[in-house]
Design a protein around this ligand. Structure first.
Ligand SMILES: Cc1cc2nc3c(=O)[nH]c(=O)nc-3n(C[C@H](O)[C@H](O)[C@H](O)COP(=O)(O)O)c2cc1C
Length: 349
């Protein structure tokens, strides 16, 4: 969290809530979804009991993500969170994904309806929204909770995605190699690195977006096999001190690939929806995730992973899952800057 923006507080007196209260709470929760480079590429337009979740192309990564795939994955994660926030208020939510082919930035229309009691697992999941953080480094020695991986796989399947676990050392090493190769290629690409630097503000910055030094370790924690992270500090050594006084955590955790059967914009939204379900579920069982999109941003390396998976499915993201004491802090723009009521113009970028 940053000084500017804190997680949305659940309003009291549910029976007297106005649509403004509801929309502010829903959008104020959705903004805590993960997004590529913390670009937060979304805004919300409210009409009566309907919230339109819109992608903000001005926040798309022109070099890393020219097709907008990662932008829509990010919006899919916000969609899952928005729906969960409606459930946290006791509403049921109807949603239509990419409802208007003539308006590809309209990611989803969300309408809230009658009250239905919140289940304890929904409540637990919702509580993770502000707590969950992207982890960057090794994991601790404690294994994931028994049965969690099955739960995550079932959740991904419900969203039309697949969580594929690298079961043996050879598969893990192959994925680590592909991530390492992508990282090398991107570090040699000056346009790519300029864009990364634009989204990685220095310490003390008041920016409410981008990957801040409070969210990554100053010294990369190596795992075996090693999955090199992005150099958000671009050589300045910014970042958090080592996560544990006993030395950095070193465990690689469970290595997975999030995939979809097809590769259209709706699949990307589904992948983001599944991603946030996975991350919040893992968090509710004491787990955390490190994310790697470098290899899926380079088409030939994405093909290498696809070939490795062997069933024609499309990799959307590489993940490592494990347990760790989180110390990362992330930032968000205030909800007022991404929310519009009626037919007003889009908010400033
Ligand atoms: C599509 C997508 C791709 C991402 N790729 C990476 C990545 O390659 N490396 C990384 O460290 N984090 C990655 N992230 C995590 C974001 O940087 C992170 O969500 C953002 O900085 C906000 O921080 P938070 O997740 O802790 O709230 C990705 C997130 C998304 C949704």
């Amino acid at each position: 969290m940053n000084a500017l923006t804190s997680p949305a507080k659940r309003p009291s007196g549910l029976s007297r809530l106005t649509s403004t209260d509801i929309a502010e709470f829903v959008a104020g929760s959705a903004i805590w979804a993960p997004s590529v480079h913390n670009t937060q590429p979304w805004w919300f337009a409210v009409h009566g009991t309907e919230i339109a979740l819109r992608a903000d192309r001005r926040r798309q990564l022109g070099v890393a993500d020219p097709g907008g795939r990662e932008m829509l994955i990010s919006c899919g994660a916000a969609l899952f969170t928005a729906k969960l926030a409606l459930r946290a208020l006791g509403f049921t939510a109807d949603s239509l994904v990419l409802p208007d082919p003539a308006d590809p930035l309209l990611v989803a229309c969300l309408r809230w309806r009658h009250q239905a009691p919140l289940t304890s697992s929904e409540e637990l999941l919702f509580r993770q929204v502000p707590r969950r953080r992207t982890h960057r480094g090794g994991f601790g020695p404690a294994p994931l909770a028994p049965g969690l991986l099955d739960l995550l796989r079932e959740g991904a399947a419900r969203d039309g995605a697949s969580l594929r676990v690298a079961r043996n050392e050879a598969s893990q090493a192959a994925l680590a190699d592909v991530v390492g190769m992508a990282e090398l290629v991107q570090r040699l690409d000056s346009a790519y690195m300029r864009e990364l630097a634009d989204w990685a503000p220095p310490p003390g910055s008041m920016r409410a977006d981008g990957v801040s030094p409070s969210s990554y370790p100053a010294r990369p924690e190596r795992t075996s096999p090693d999955f090199p992270g992005r150099d958000f500090a671009h050589g300045h050594g910014w970042g958090l001190p080592s996560s544990s006084p006993a030395g950095p955590a070193r465990f690689v955790g469970v290595v997975c690939v999030l995939t979809t059967a097809d590769d259209r914009p709706a699949d990307w939204v589904n992948a983001g929806h599944a991603l946030q379900r996975i991350l919040l579920t893992a968090s509710s069982y004491g787990g955390a995730a490190a994310l790697y999109s470098q290899p899926v941003e380079i088409s030939w390396l994405r093909e290498v992973i696809r070939h490795h998976l062997g069933d024609g499915s499309y990799p959307q993201l590489v993940l490592r899952l494990g347990t760790v004491i989180q110390n990362a802090v992330s930032v968000r723009r205030p909800v007022g800057s991404v929310l519009r009521f009626g037919d007003g113009p889009p908010p400033a970028a």
